[in-house]
Design a protein around this ligand. Structure first.
Ligand SMILES: Nc1ncnc2c1ncn2[C@@H]1O[C@H](COP(=O)(O)OP(=O)(O)OP(=O)(O)O)[C@@H](O)[C@H]1O
Length: 262
């Protein structure tokens, strides 16, 4: 398989729900996320954010257009192939956490590797490492019911990350949390991104989105602004950063290359 710096790519993606009175939820969405980016998708209720997340995450097929995950055109895959791609390449975090209440925290995270063909001891070893990354290694044997909302969301994030997916998609991850706890989850996403994780966060919270390096605004099923492109349109602005891949390691100020030559 070819190596790509693009984690996810959408080209002219449309999504129509229903037939009799069709709802055009996505009206031609084109954008891409490079490896190592942390992107906020923001927009009002009903603008198409969740539909977009479902299409990006291959939970739903688009009506038209192309979706590529880690270089693979998902249209070429049957449902089984799609499930395998999802298990390998995408981690999901949802507002409602979706943890198994009767399993331990460790097993909840280890279950993120169920379809990765990894034997149980190795699954648990990697799960413990993921819990360490989110600061919850000491709660590995607890049950989700014994934890706060913020801790549960950390467990869900560890589960999403445990398979080292190409991309993590988070749908309103702070929606069920108070603002202080929500801020700590966003801080955690920043830390994980700094360590190399590629993350897309869907939110209707403009303030939360403003703190992330790239904001994509959705309205009526269309992208109406993308801060990455806005920056591209202002090449003279030497203080502006452009997003680069995780393998690049750092964010490069536009124009820095020229300055280095002097
Ligand atoms: N399964 C479905 N069947 C029919 N219409 C749908 C379905 N899912 C979403 N829609 C419609 O598609 C449009 C986009 O919905 P979507 O849930 O993606 O928006 P959203 O921005 O995530 O909204 P919210 O912030 O309220 O969750 C809306 O008009 C919605 O009513």
């Amino acid at each position: 398989m070819s190596v790509t710096r693009v984690a996810l790519e959408l080209e002219a993606v449309t999504k129509v729900y229903g037939e009799r009175s069709p709802v055009l939820a996505l009206r031609g969405v084109t954008f891409s996320v490079r490896k190592g980016e942390l992107v906020a998708i923001v927009g009002p209720s009903g603008s198409g954010k969740t539909t977009l997340l479902h299409v990006m995450g291959t939970l739903e097929r688009p009506t038209g257009g192309t979706v590529r995950i880690d270089g693979v055109d998902v249209d070429r895959l049957d449902d089984r192939g799609l499930s395998a791609l999802r298990a390998r390449s995408i981690g999901f975090v949802f507002q409602q956490f979706f943890l198994a209440e009767h399993s331990t925290v460790l097993d909840n995270v280890a279950d993120g590797l169920l379809y990765a063909g990894v034997e149980v001891r190795e699954r648990r070893r990697r799960a413990l490492a993921a819990l360490e990354r989110v600061g919850l290694a000491d709660r590995a044997s607890a049950r989700p019911t014994q934890m706060s909302g913020g801790q549960r969301q950390r467990v869900a994030i560890a589960r999403a990350l445990v398979g080292r997916p190409a991309i993590v998609l988070a749908d309103e991850p702070t929606g069920n949390l108070d603002s202080v706890t929500g801020a700590s989850i966003i801080e955690l996403l920043h830390e994980l991104n700094a360590e190399g994780a590629t993350i897309v966060v869907i939110t209707h919270d403009a303030e939360l989105a403003a703190g992330l390096p790239r904001q994509v605004h959705v309205r009526d099923g269309r992208i109406v602004s993308d801060s990455a492109h806005d920056r591209d349109l202002r090449p003279g602005d030497r203080t502006t950063s452009r997003a680069v891949g995780a393998t690049d390691g750092v964010r490069v100020p536009v124009g820095a290359e020229q300055e280095d030559r002097s």
